[in-house]
Ligand binder design. Structure first.
Ligand SMILES: Nc1ncnc2c1ncn2[C@@H]1O[C@H](COP(=O)(O)OP(=O)(O)OP(=O)(O)O)[C@@H](O)[C@H]1O
Ligand SMILES: [Zn+2]
Length: 852
């Protein structure tokens, strides 16, 4: 008889916690509620045993057992253990990320009649009651009426059974034990085609010309005037909601709104509705998904596959047919039709009775994909993304667990979707940095996908036009099978790329301009031909540096060691989003007014340097007054609906000149675009990160890939100050293999991934002296211990030494073997623990993607 259970709790401690079993013995994998330092925490049972803990400290009892079966299948428990070990993260924190969000899954229990129950019912109550039974006649009659009630085979909730028959839970459970009934736990049922709520900003006449409620809100007076009379003051949350709505043109899904203002209470919107400032409309959700596919992309997957696609599919399908773990790297240039192959492979998985998982970097950025998925797989699709409410997430989770949705599409954490009979995992844009979770557990969705496929003997396909060097190296070593698509579909050529040397541009024109003469000329010509132009300006805001010409200082955020970005006020309906002109920190969101003088030396010579997308748009309006200009960045795209709206205007040709940040480079397939301009992308080459060149190459290649996807060939103009840099040169020649060969040399030489495994250890504290003090304690330990086969760089100030008021120092650890690195990290954590350095002040980032 087990007396104890070990529970993994979501706390930053690398251990399990033992509790006494209290009545119900939980199964491994079930969730329990337990007391933990004065709180009630939910954890997952990982072991049930009889070993009384040796020390005689008090063992507390489990308060409640939440599941009577393991919530996570064994396979996912095993994956969790692997993640905990690999990323040196507490198992409880790993498991928290795997379970449907919102901790408490709202579920209800339903009962259904079973075969034995039917027999009892048909063979007569007499026979049933003639059995020796501890039940009273009254209870036996009640059992009979329960069977009677359930005769039609439909499931019923306990509440319904209680009111119809008077049965209570213990009676029903007794019937389950006799196998007369079955019990199922269901997530709250919802209508699949439910309505979706959209918040709409109500415009009021203020008599102030252009001004609307929005403008008054942004005016700083925080006084809203509506229909001529003054309304009471709005609080901060209410203002934020109004601003958010206005920023996106006055309409937004309630869901998106909640997602972008996580701090605002639910009641805020209700209050605004009561005051008549916001209205709620309901539209069918399908409208959203359907609306996406409407750009003629809906049936994109129905193309007859070309030869390269057939070959790629053939390789993947053969691996699926053969069975067993088989990782693939699919290198397919932009526009080679990778999506079509993904869909065909997923179809094959379904046909073989398996499920398929498709991971994408960000669903909101590629709404077209969603539309195609629904068109191709209909009800079988479950979408998991960050904007679901906890309830919706739980609902999807249970649909998947029940096997109703066999095609699961989602972002990073969808890799944990509890699909049964996993046959295929596809990781689209596998190079994308957003697959790395930047909080504990700091796992990489792509690498977890490969591991999960391994645990399930499944096929995994990592696809990209610019594979990460890690994946490419794995293919070179023969660990991953390679699938290549080197040509675009329909014999379309890749666009011609021309570099514009901005050093010459300055010499020849004598002035610093955002757009080169060449780009202006080509843009005009392209617009004149009735074609479309996309311009990448990878910074949002107006100017990203405000500098004092007297003292040379830059205006930095109060909370972060980061230059603040200047945002200009906007006129028209967008005004509310940007409450007056301001400086904003893009790391913590801190805003302040624009000072007239330098905060350090009080000089009046403040200069605004570095053009962001907002300035780009303004300048384009001056240059091309006839153009229909759109902007795509985090200021204009808040939720999925904004993205959809912008993209559909592009597809329809309502926008013919689009400027934006790297969002514009994400997989969009707009056939009218024949010219892509790139501005300042080489800036990132100077960042202190060994992946700087790789990132610049990827961005240039991906954004170039947006040109010439239709019948007309495309062209790309890259403005650069580093025309000779290999990342720029190779990107210009569409020479990915050339780039990797060169870059791998450098990585090998510098002992960087993929030739070494790396971990970033950040020591952080709000107190500078703690951060530096602990860093030197650890530094001394590293020096004395002389870990074998591990190189330790640091301690050093992190490139961003202060972030959100936290001081940051770091070490970079490199090792040739993963096991050695893991052991070093664990030894370090033990030492830190002995020194009293709190675990939460140490960030251990294995396979760190950002070293900033
Ligand atoms: N066999 C085919 N014949 C003709 N057109 C095709 C074929 N397969 C796909 N397409 C079309 O080619 C275009 C590009 O396909 P897709 O978006 O899958 O490219 P991709 O490889 O994912 O590119 P990127 O990496 O740039 O996202 C789409 O418009 C798609 O409809
Ligand atoms: Zn900041």
């Amino acid at each position: 008889m087990p007396l104890f259970c070990d529970v993994a709790l979501p706390v930053p401690l690398d251990q399990m916690f033992t509790y006494a079993v209290n009545g119900v013995v939980p199964v491994v994998g079930a969730r329990v509620l337990v007391p933990f330092s004065g709180q009630r925490l939910m954890g997952v049972v990982v072991r049930v045993h009889e070993d009384a803990p040796k020390d005689d400290f008090e063992i507390k009892p489990v308060q409640q057992v939440l599941d009577d079966a393991a919530l996570l299948p064994d396979e996912l428990m095993e994956l969790a253990r692997w993640i905990a070990a690999y990323y040196v993260a507490p198992l409880g924190e790993v498991l928290r990320g795997m379970l449907p969000l919102g901790a408490e899954v709202k579920r209800h229990v339903v009962y259904r009649i079973a075969e034995a129950g039917r027999r009892v019912l048909y063979e007569g109550a007499a026979k049933g009651s003639s059995r020796r039974s501890k039940l009273s006649v009254e209870e036996q009659n009640r059992e009979y009426s329960v069977l009677n009630y359930l005769e039609d085979g439909e499931a019923a909730k306990i509440s319904a059974l209680r009111s119809a028959t008077g049965a209570n839970k213990s009676l029903l459970e007794g019937m389950v034990r006799k196998k007369w009934l079955t019990r199922e736990a269901l997530a709250e049922e919802r209508d699949a085609r439910r309505l979706e709520r959209v918040a709409v900003l109500v415009r009021h006449e203020t008599g102030g010309g252009e001004e609307d409620v929005a403008n008054e809100v942004s005016g700083g007076g925080y006084q809203v005037s509506g229909m001529g009379k003054r309304l009471p003051r709005l609080n901060e949350n209410q203002l934020a909601v109004m601003a958010e709505l206005a920023a996106v043109g006055g309409r937004m899904r309630v869901l998106d709104l909640r997602g972008s203002l996580p701090g605002a209470p639910e009641s805020t919107l209700g209050t605004l509705v009561k005051r008549g400032l916001v209205a709620i409309e309901e539209v069918a959700e399908d409208f959203h998904l359907g609306g996406v596919g409407a750009h003629g992309k809906k049936h994109a997957h129905e193309h007859a596959l070309n030869e390269a696609q057939m070959e790629a599919l053939g390789t993947i399908a053969a691996a699926m047919a053969k069975g067993g773990f088989a990782p693939h790297l699919m290198y397919g240039v932009t526009g080679s039709g990778k999506t079509t192959v993904y869909f065909a492979a997923m179809r094959r998985a379904l046909d073989a009775g398996k499920s398929a998982l498709l991971l994408v970097p960000e669903i909101g950025l590629t709404p077209a994909m969603t539309g195609q998925l629904v068109a191709a797989f209909g009800d079988e699709v479950a979408l998991l993304h960050s904007q679901l409410t906890p309830d919706e997430r739980a609902e999807q989770w249970h649909r998947i667990r029940r096997g109703e949705a066999r095609v699961v599409v989602g972002t990073r954490s969808a890799v944990f979707a509890p699909v049964a009979k996993l046959g295929l995992i596809i990781v689209d844009e596998e190079h994308d940095g957003s697959y790395k979770q930047e909080e504990t557990p700091r796992y990489h969705g792509r690498d977890v996908a490969v591991m999960r496929a391994k645990l399930n003997d499944a096929v995994v396909v990592l696809g990209s036009a610019t594979p990460s060097l890690e994946s490419w190296a794995n293919a070179e070593k023969g660990r991953y099978a390679r699938v290549e698509m080197r040509q675009r579909v329909a014999d379309r050529p890749l666009p011609a790329v021309e570099l514009v040397d901005m050093r010459n541009e300055f010499k020849e024109t004598g002035q610093e301009q955002i757009f080169s003469r060449k780009l202006i000329e080509e843009t005009q010509a392209t617009l004149d031909r009735g074609e479309q132009v996309i311009i990448l300006l990878n910074r949002r805001g107006y100017s990203f540096v405000v500098m004092c010409r007297s003292c040379g200082g830059k205006i930095e955020c109060e909370n972060c060691a980061i230059s603040m970005t200047y945002h200009k006020p906007v006129s028209g309906s967008d005004a509310i989003a940007q409450p007056g002109q301001r400086l904003e920190c893009h790391y913590c969101g801190f805003r302040r007014g624009v000072p007239k003088t330098c905060p350090k030396c009080e000089s009046e010579h403040l200069y605004f340097l570095g053009a962001g997308s907002q300035q780009g748009e303004e300048r384009l309006q001056e240059l091309f007054p006839g153009a229909r200009i759109g902007r795509m960045d985090r200021d204009t795209v808040r939720g999925r609906s904004d993205m959809e709206r912008l993209l559909s205007r592009l597809h329809a040709g309502e926008i013919n000149l689009l400027v934006g940040t790297q969002m514009i480079a994400k997989g969009h397939d707009i056939h009218g675009v024949t010219l892509v301009g790139v501005i300042g992308a080489d800036f990132a080459l100077g960042l202190p990160d060994f992946r700087a060149a790789e990132r610049v190459f990827q961005l240039l290649t991906q954004v170039s890939g947006r040109a010439g996807r239709g019948d007309l060939p495309g062209k790309v103009l890259v403005q650069t100050y580093h025309p000779d840099h290999y990342a720029i040169q190779f990107a210009g020649q569409h020479d990915y293999p050339g780039f990797v060969a060169k870059e791998l040399q450098y990585r090998r030489w510098m002992h960087y991934p993929p030739y070494a495994v790396l971990a970033n250890v950040v020591i952080q504290s709000e107190k500078l002296e703690e951060a530096t003090g602990w860093s030197s304690v650890l530094g001394r330990w590293f020096q004395q211990t002389r870990l074998e086969k591990v190189r330790v760089l640091g301690p050093a100030a992190a490139p961003i030494v202060r972030l959100k008021r936290i001081y940051r120092y770091h070490f970079v650890l490199k090792a040739e073997r993963r096991q050695v690195l893991g052991e070093a990290l664990r030894a370090m954590l033990r030492f830190a623990d002995a020194q009293g350095i709190p675990r939460r002040n140490l960030v251990v980032d294995v396979d760190a993607v950002h070293l900033m």
